[in-house]
Design a protein around this ligand. Structure first.
Ligand SMILES: [Zn+2]
Ligand SMILES: [Zn+2]
Length: 127
């Protein structure tokens, strides 16, 4: 069984299509994610990379994640919206940003990670 979902960046130059169930989903409150999203948390869904189709030109920003492994972050060079990221290990996983999906309103993270650095006023990770 698979679920086909679509999404797009803010300006619409980049679109994304997923044809798979989520393997995992999360809300990350680490300081890297807070800075990169200019907000309180990153919302991501982990899916098989070969089931993700990104259309339109993206720019890639590579940075070391928590384990030191490089993470390749794809974003729209026009409007800066993050689309997805892949780890350097090439384990076949791609983490698509839940907030770019058309059905983002129905998203609920399966886990909250790095809650120790979450904003003190942000209590949604405690439910
Ligand atoms: Zn864009
Ligand atoms: Zn993070």
């Amino acid at each position: 069984m698979s679920i086909r979902r679509t999404g797009r960046c803010h300006c619409g130059d980049v679109t994304v299509e997923i044809d798979a169930e989520d393997m995992f989903s999360f809300s990350c409150h680490c300081t890297d994610c807070m800075k990169l999203v200019s907000g309180g948390r990153l919302l991501g869904v982990g899916v098989p990379k070969d089931k993700v189709k990104i259309t339109g030109e993206t720019k890639i920003y590579a940075y070391p994640g928590g384990s030191g492994e490089l993470i390749y972050l794809h974003f729209c060079p026009n409007c800066s919206t993050q689309i997805a990221a892949t780890p350097d290990s090439g384990d076949g996983t791609m983490v698509v940003r839940a907030n770019v999906l058309d059905d983002a309103a129905g998203f609920k993270p399966g886990m909250h990670i790095h809650t120790d650095s979450a904003f003190a006023w942000d209590l949604t990770h405690q439910d």
